[in-house]
Write a protein that binds this ligand. Structure first.
Ligand code: ADP
Ligand code: MG
Length: 363
């Protein structure tokens, strides 16, 4: 078991990379603490698999180092790293039984046959594979095969970390929830570092204590799910997390007031140090943008109101942009004109996509 440190890690698949656009991973500094349950979350193509493969040793990085505790493993092969990796699609030996498949990583490392048997049965139990233990893997469904892959990742008790690369892609939706809970339970029992890659925010937020958000080859924020929700450090995080995501509106800031399309909205802090010439934007989640029939606020036009059962979400237009907003339970509207009230304490200000800390006020 180990703490895993990424030290100025960068990777290009090109032989002679020139600019940053040639790098699948830009410079990453990050520490995965021993025993953490991490999700690595980001859209397709942002570099998640590349990063996992560098940690496991399948890919050698162009720049930087990987340390397990204080040991530099950057040039060590996969076998020397004590890492288990579960891929997106099942990797099983069709001619072996389920039991033999699960035992394979243990047999390979010379684990005593009796100890291996006990461990295999324990893992099979956790994954509901017990009834299939003595069947050949070839006849099983894709679901069952992927469970075998998961089991092979989980079976070694000595690993430094287990890396899961979108492991539930081929799993039937109703089984996904159950398997994710199983993984979470295993994490609690085994005191292992787990890194779970996904592009699905629900998967990430339910599995992980700490979510690492990637965008375009870089880590843009690391935090607990509620931190990512409450305080997105990058507009991408605000937008990617949440449903609907954070509204991002171009604005101008003077003192503790933002002007959106010329209309003033109060802020709870002032921003005296916004960089000159930067793109300034206001971010506010739909949960903190309330649509009301009248009163103080930004004048908007209602485009649509959707009833979600427990709440209503409106799409409104302001200065040619669409904004998602909450609608109070008892509010009713006459025509399409309405007022949008933003909670000043829940507004963030961004310069060129990065959150700027305000002065005065709370937080
Ligand atoms: P993700 O897992 O987040 O979808 P990847 O790590 O697979 O992202 O890919 C990151 C970027 O690197 C993408 O632009 C992808 O096209 C590129 N890439 C991935 N693997 C290779 C490879 N073997 N050779 C060249 N380019 C690759
Ligand atoms: Mg991938």
């Amino acid at each position: 078991m180990a703490r895993i440190t990424l030290d100025k890690l960068a990777h290009s698949y090109k032989a002679n990379p020139r600019g940053p656009e040639d790098f699948a991973l830009k410079e990453i500094d990050h520490v995965w603490r021993q025993g953490g349950a991490y999700a690595l979350l980001g859209p397709s193509g942002c570099g998640k698999t590349t990063l996992l493969n560098i940690i496991s040793g399948l890919v050698e990085p162009t720049h930087g180092r990987i340390l397990f505790d204080d040991r530099d493993v950057t040039r060590l092969p996969t076998e020397a790293r004590n890492i288990a990796q579960v891929f997106q699609f099942p990797v099983v030996y069709d001619t072996m039984t389920v039991r033999e498949n699960l035992a394979f990583p243990l047999k390979n490392r010379g684990v005593d046959a009796r100890a291996a048997r006990v461990r295999v049965e324990e893992i099979a139990q956790l994954l509901d594979l017990t009834p299939h233990l003595d069947r050949r893997a070839s006849g099983l469904t894709a679901d069952a095969k992927q469970k075998i892959s998961l089991g092979r990742g989980l079976v070694r008790p000595d690993v430094a970390a287990i890396l899961f690369d979108e492991p539930l892609t081929v799993i039937d939706p109703h089984l996904k929830w159950q398997l994710r809970s199983t993984l979470k339970e295993l994490h609690r029992k085994l005191d292992l570092t787990m890194i779970y890659v996904t592009h699905d925010q629900t998967e990430a937020l339910t599995f992980a204590d700490t979510v690492v958000v990637m965008h375009d080859g870089a880590v843009v924020q690391t935090g607990a799910p509620d931190e990512l929700f409450d305080r997105p450090e990058h507009v991408f995080v605000g937008h990617f997390i949440g449903s609907p995501g954070m509204n991002v509106l171009p604005c101008r800031v003077e003192g503790a007031t933002a002007y959106v399309d010329g209309a003033a909205t109060p802020l709870s802090r002032s921003y005296p140090r916004l960089p000159d010439g930067a793109r300034i934007e206001l971010g506010v989640r739909p949960e903190f943008a309330t649509l009301e029939p009248g009163g103080e606020g930004l004048a908007v036009r209602i485009r649509r109101i959707d009833d979600l059962g427990r709440s209503r979400i409106a799409r409104v237009e302001l200065g040619g942009r669409t904004i998602a907003a909450s609608v109070a339970e008892d509010a009713s509207f006459d025509g399409e004109r309405a007022v949008l009230r933003l909670d000043p304490a829940r507004i963030h200000i961004y310069a060129d996509g990065r959150r700027v800390a305000g002065e005065g006020g709370a937080a």
